[in-house]
Design a protein around this ligand. Structure first.
Ligand code: UGA
Length: 449
C-alpha cells in the first residue's frame, strides 16, 4: 500500500522505516527542510538502535522516499499517518497546533479519498476535532476523509524492536473499511513477514501481539491511560523507597518481591531520580488536563507528578548531607540522557541536577555515551568528557543520573584512585551498597540502607 508519513521525528521515522520494511511504499515529509535534506543524504538525524540499518535497506529497495513538499506527499499516499509533535503548553494541555496545521494541509492538498491516522500521542476527543477540520477545510467537491487513531507504544532506544514486535496494535476506527485497511498495513508485522534487524535467524513466535479494533475515543484513551499507569507505578515505587529509608528496609528487596506477583509485575518499579523524557511528563499533564476538561479530577495522577518532582529535592538532600557545601566543589555527573540507550535529553532529570549544581556554585564535569552534543549548547559552562574516568578525575563527588551499562560496569577501585574524595550519590541504584563500602566509598542511593 502507498503510505504517507507526516513528521520525521522519533515516531515518524520509526513508523516510516518499519512500514517500508513491511513491504509498503512510504513517502515521508517534514516542515524541517534541513531534516529532509539529511535524510535524502542518507543521514539519520536521531540515535535509535537498528533504525539506520532498516532505513538503508528501505532506500535500497526503493520502498521509502523523502520530500519537503507536503502536498506531493499527501497526494501520494492512500493512508496518511500524522506523526507530528504534540508538546505541552505552559498549562500542561497538549499543544495540537501541528495536528491542526496538518489537517488543513491534507484537506486542501488531497485529490483523492484518504484514511487519516493519528499516530502522535493526542488527548481523547482529538479525532472528533480532526474529522471536523478535514471536513471544514476541504473544498465542497473535494475528496472524502476517514479518520483513525493508531497510537504508538514505542520506547526510545528500543523503538524499532517495539514496532516489529508489538505487545498490541490498537486501531481506533469509525468503520469496518478503515479497520480492514489498517489490518492490511499491519498484517506483515503480525505474520512477521519482514527482514528483522534484531532476530537474524527468524523471530520467535511469541514476539507479536494482537491487533485490537476499538473506537477512536477508546484508542486515544488507551495510549494516555497506559503511559500514565506506568508513571504512577514508578512514583509508587519511589514513595515506597522513601518509606524504606525511614524504616530501614531495602526497596530492591521490597519491589522484587512485589513484582513476583503477576498482578503487579516486576517492571517499572525501579526507584531513583524518577521519570523524564518527552512522553511521561507531558502525557501525564495532558491526561490530567483532559480529565479536568470533562469534569474528572485525576487526583492520583497529580500526586504521581508531585512525587516525581520531589525526587530532585530528595537527591539534593542526599548531596547536601554528604557533600555539605556545594560551592567550589568539583562534581562528576554520570549520565545526561533521560534514560539509557538514547541521546534524548528532553525533561531529563540530569539536566535539572546540573542546573541546580551550577546555581549552587559547583564545578560540573559530565559524561554520557550519546547525549553530550545535545547538552553542550544548554550548559556551555560544564566540562564534558567522553570517558567517564576523565569526568571522575579530582571529583569531590560522583552523581549517577542515567542507568547506562557503561556506568554499571565502572571500575570503582580505579575511579576511587582518580577522585579527590570517595563519594558516590547514585540516582539509579546501580551498585551494591556493600561493595561500594568495601571499596572505601561513602555511598548513597535511593531506599537502601
Ligand atoms: C514511554 C513508554 O514506555 C512507551 O510505551 C511509550 O510509547 C512512550 O513513552 C511514548 O509515549 O512515546 P519512553 O519515554 O521512551 O517510553 O521511556 P521509558 O522506558 O518508559 O522510561 C520513561 C522514564 O521512566 C525514564 O526516565 C526512566 O528512567 C524512568 N523509569 C522507568 C524509572 O524511573 N523507573 C522505572 O522503573 C522505569
Amino acid at each position: 500500500m502507498r503510505l504517507t508519513v507526516i513528521g520525521c521525528g522519533y515516531v515518524g521515522l520509526v513508523t516510516g522505516a518499519c512500514l517500508a520494511a513491511a513491504g509498503h511504499e512510504v513517502i515521508c515529509t517534514d516542515i524541517d527542510e534541513k531534516r529532509i535534506g539529511q535524510l535524502k543524504a542518507g543521514k539519520v538525524p536521531i540515535y535509535e538502535e537498528h533504525l539506520d540499518e532498516v532505513l538503508q535497506r528501505a532506500v535500497a529497495d526503493k520502498k521509502i522516499s523523502y520530500t519537503s513538499n507536503a502536498g506531493e506527499a499527501i497526494r501520494a499516499g492512500d493512508v496518511i499517518f500524522i506523526c507530528v509533535g504534540t508538546p505541552p503548553k505552559e498549562s500542561g494541555e497538549a499543544d495540537l497546533s501541528a495536528i491542526d496545521h496538518v489537517a488543513r494541509q491534507v484537506a486542501t492538498e488531497a485529490r483523492s479519498p484518504k484514511l487519516v491516522v493519528e499516530k502522535s500521542t493526542v488527548p481523547a476527543l482529538t479525532g472528533v476535532q480532526l474529522q471536523k477540520a478535514l471536513a471544514a477545510y476541504s473544498p465542497a467537491s473535494g475528496p472524502k476523509f476517514q479518520v483513525a487513531s493508531n497510537p504508538e507504544f514505542l520506547r526510545e532506544g528500543t523503538a524499532v524492536g517495539d514496532f516489529f514486535h508489538p505487545d498490541r496494535i490498537i486501531v481506533g476506527v469509525e468503520d469496518a473499511a478503515s479497520a480492514a485497511r489498517l489490518r492490511e498495513i499491519y498484517q506483515p508485522i503480525l505474520d512477521r513477514k519482514f527482514h528483522c534487524p534484531i532476530h537474524a535467524g527468524g523471530c520467535p513466535k511469541e514476539t507479536s501481539g494482537e491487533l485490537l479494533v476499538t473506537t477512536i475515543n477508546s484508542a486515544e484513551l488507551i495510549k494516555h491511560a497506559s503511559n500514565s499507569f506506568l508513571a504512577l507505578k514508578i512514583s509508587y515505587a519511589n514513595v515506597i523507597s522513601d518509606l524504606c529509608e525511614r524504616i530501614g528496609a531495602d526497596v530492591e528487596e521490597v519491589t522484587h518481591a512485589m513484582g513476583l506477583d503477576p498482578r503487579i509485575g516486576a517492571q517499572f518499579l525501579q526507584a531513583g531520580l524518577g521519570f523524564g523524557g518527552f512522553c511521561f511528563p507531558k502525557d501525564i499533564q495532558a491526561f490530567i488536563h483532559l480529565a479536568a476538561s470533562v469534569g474528572v479530577d485525576f487526583e492520583m495522577l497529580k500526586a504521581a507528578e508531585r512525587v516525581n518532582k520531589q525526587r530532585l529535592e530528595r537527591f539534593f538532600e542526599k548531596i547536601h548531607r554528604a557533600l555539605w557545601v556545594i560551592k567550589g566543589k568539583r562534581v562528576a555527573v554520570l549520565g545526561l540522557a533521560f534514560k539509557a540507550n538514547t541521546d534524548d535529553i528532553r525533561f531529563a532529570p540530569a539536566l535539572e541536577v546540573i542546573r541546580k549544581l551550577l546555581e549552587d556554585g559547583a564545578i560540573v564535569h559530565a559524561s554520557d555515551p550519546e547525549a553530550i552534543a545535545r547538552t553542550k549548547p544548554i550548559f556551555p559552562q560544564v566540562v564534558y568528557h567522553e570517558d567517564p574516568y576523565d569526568a571522575l578525575k579530582q571529583a569531590d563527588a560522583a552523581l549517577v543520573c542515567t542507568e547506562w551499562q557503561i556506568f554499571r560496569k565502572l571500575d570503582w577501585e580505579l575511579a576511587g584512585q582518580l577522585m579527590a574524595r570517595r563519594l558516590v550519590i547514585d540516582g539509579r541504584n546501580l551498585y551494591s551498597p556493600k561493595k561500594m563500602q568495601e571499596l572505601g566509598f561513602e555511598y548513597h542511593s535511593f531506599g537502601r540502607v
